[in-house]
Design a protein around this ligand. Structure first.
Ligand SMILES: [Cu+2]
Length: 294
């Protein structure tokens, strides 16, 4: 089955689900009511300009997000702080980790582990440098306070936007997806290696012990996984071409969708989240796959 047929099938399934939910409208069984998915859009520029439009209060479930970069590469993340851990703690720990990012110290690794232990990141968006607009959806499963962060220079480079998630009031239709790409415990990607050049894929973190993200970087035709890994250690020109898009950090057991429109070609599928013991980015440890967009 080709990707067009797959996404049509998914759209048909979503339509069926929506139709199935329709009779419940106005009925007392509120949980089966299909409600519109709330949507937040962010425009970001270099220098911390960060415009956010959309609701700040909505019920638990899927949230559509979009990000437009006015300049450079921009990133947003949606996350929750665990009880007793504050935004100030996050900023301090990220600062401690960030200072030692190139050559991690024991204090930097400890700070990174505190972040992972005391927060949950539900994903987000990365425009890449050559792709100025990207969208997707995250799932915020429980009631509470969440934060939308400007993650271009690590969490806390602009003021965090508070989001209030209330009790689930109905179900939302899921976006039609062309493929499910997974991160696994062995720090590798799994799932189809042929993806649409324009479309929506789901990214799932199925690993049990580490956050991951998925970044798609356009590379010269025929570039191998080994060449990509080797390029991290050299200062010369790499195999990259303009054209990239990615998710932000996604914690264990969570999933999000990424919608992009990229040039067709060969891409490196990468995760640079740091190893929790050594601080080494996962891609340097082999979390690299060549995928084909058409
Ligand atoms: Cu990873």
């Amino acid at each position: 089955m080709n990707t067009v047929q797959k996404s049509l099938t998914a759209a048909a399934a979503a339509a069926l689900l929506a139709a199935g939910g329709a009779p419940a409208l106005g009925a007392p069984h509120a949980k089966s009511t299909v409600i519109p998915t709330p949507s937040i859009s962010v425009t970001a520029s270099k220098g911390g300009t960060f415009n956010v439009s959309g609701p700040r209060r909505f019920s638990a479930g899927r949230l559509d997000i979009s990000l437009t970069a006015k300049k450079g590469e921009q990133e947003i993340a949606i996350m929750r702080l665990h009880k007793g851990y504050t935004l100030a703690d996050l900023k301090r720990d990220f600062g401690t980790y960030g200072q030692s990012q190139q050559n991690p110290t024991p204090q930097g690794i400890k700070a990174l582990n505190r972040i992972v232990k005391h927060t949950t990141f539900y994903g987000g968006l990365d425009t890449g440098t050559g792709h100025n607009s990207v969208s997707g959806s995250v799932v915020l499963p429980r009631v509470g306070t969440y934060y939308l962060l400007n993650d271009a220079n690590g969490p806390g480079s602009s003021e965090a936007v508070k989001l209030h998630v209330t009790a689930k009031t109905g179900s939302r239709s899921a976006p039609a997806i062309a493929a499910v790409e997974r991160a696994i415990t062995a720090k590798r990607f799994r799932g189809p290696t042929h993806l649409p050049a324009s479309g929506t894929v789901e990214f799932k973190n199925d690993s049990t012990n580490s956050p991951h993200f998925m970044f798609l970087q356009h590379v010269k035709k025929g570039t191998t996984r080994k060449q990509v890994i080797k390029s991290f250690k050299s200062n010369g020109p790499g195999p990259e071409l303009p054209g990239a898009a990615g998710t932000d950090v996604l914690f264990m057991g969570h999933a999000m969708t990424l919608t992009y429109n990229l040039p067709a070609g060969d891409y490196a599928q990468l995760c640079f989240f740091p190893d929790l013991k050594t601080g080494m980015p996962h891609a340097f440890m082999g979390m690299v796959r060549i995928v084909h967009l058409s």
